[in-house]
Design a protein around this ligand. Structure first.
Ligand SMILES: [Cu+2]
Length: 94
């Protein structure tokens, strides 16, 4: 099926703009709210090309870190933004 070129271009741009976000599970290892940073031990995140590891992420917005404590088991969503790994959603697991 043929689509108008303008629509195809828009679709291509939307794909390019879509962040490679992927939900993952982890454990909070360190919190640095003043720097909007959280260190997470996480399992493999295939979409980001990461094996299981412990690493620091920037939190965007920083208020995502409110209420979290070291040792919490969490589900989070990470994206690579401008070469930096950013957590864009995070919540404590029960
Ligand atoms: Cu990682």
């Amino acid at each position: 099926m043929l689509r108008p070129p303008a629509l195809s271009l828009l679709a291509a741009l939307a794909l390019l703009a879509a962040p490679a976000a992927q939900a993952a599970e982890g454990v909070v290892r360190k919190l640095q709210p003043a720097q909007a940073k959280v260190t997470l031990a996480h399992g493999e995140i295939k979409e980001l090309g990461m094996p299981a590891m412990t690493m620091a992420y920037r939190a965007r917005p920083p208020s995502l870190l409110d209420g979290l404590a070291v040792g919490d088991r969490v589900e989070f969503t990470a994206e690579k933004v401008d070469g930096q790994y950013v957590v864009t959603a995070i919540r404590k697991k029960r």
